[in-house]
Each structure stands twice: as structure tokens, then as C-alpha cells.
Design a protein around this ligand. Structure first.
Ligand code: HEC
Length: 76
């Protein structure tokens, strides 16, 4: 798990958040584009304060600025 987190961390800064779509690419049930910008911000804050799951690790790596950016990019 640690390696995955480090890998994701690197991708995060290198790829301007396109890595989010490797899991949220529209083919699966979790589509970011169905959420509003506010919903994305809220969910990411929830993930940040939780201790379990993939998104919790990912959200902890995002700053407030990052969260705003991804919400702008993927929210409807
Ligand atoms: C390794 C796969 C993976 C990556 C990469 C990933 N996510 Fe997720 N995401 C998930 C999973 C799995 C869930 C569902 C988890 C849950 O509900 O506990 C989820 C849920 C979410 C949700 C809540 C969706 C909903 O309808 O409740 C948001 C918002 C979200 N992710 C945003 C992001 C953003 C933004 C990024 C990029 C910074 C990202 N995710 C990258 C796997 C991933």
C-alpha cells in the first residue's frame, strides 16, 4: 500500500490530476462528472478526515488549493 501511495503522490504533482480518471474514468459507477463542484469539495474533506480506503489516502495528499482545482476540473 505504501508504494501505491507514493506512486499516486508523484502522479498527483506530475500530471495535473488526470490520474483521478484512472479510477474515475466514466466506465465505472464512480463518475466525478455527476457531482457538482461543491459535492466534490465536501466529499474530499470527508475522505481527508477518514482513516480508511483508497480515497482517504489520496485526499490526505491534496491541499485546499488542490481540492479547489480538482473540483473546478471535474465538477459539473
Ligand atoms: C486508486 C483509485 C482511485 C483514484 C486514483 C482516485 N479515486 Fe476517488 N474514489 C475511488 C474509490 C474506490 C471511491 C469510492 C470510495 C468510498 O466511497 O469510500 C472514490 C470516491 C471518490 C469520490 C466520491 C464519489 C461519490 O460519488 O461519492 C470523489 C469526489 C473522488 N473519489 C474524487 C477523486 C479525485 C479528485 C481524485 C484525484 C485527485 C481521485 N478521486 C482519485 C478510487 C480512486
Amino acid at each position: 500500500m505504501k508504494k501505491v501511495v507514493i506512486f499516486l503522490g508523484v502522479m498527483l504533482f506530475a500530471k495535473d490530476f488526470v490520474f483521478c480518471t484512472s479510477c474515475h474514468n466514466g466506465r465505472k459507477e464512480i463518475k466525478l462528472s455527476t457531482l457538482t463542484k461543491q459535492e466534490i469539495v465536501k466529499k474530499l474533506h470527508e475522505f481527508k478526515s477518514s482513516e480508511k480506503g483508497t480515497m482517504s489516502y489520496i485526499a490526505k495528499g491534496l491541499s485546499e488549493k488542490d481540492i479547489k482545482k480538482v473540483a473546478e476540473k471535474y465538477g459539473k
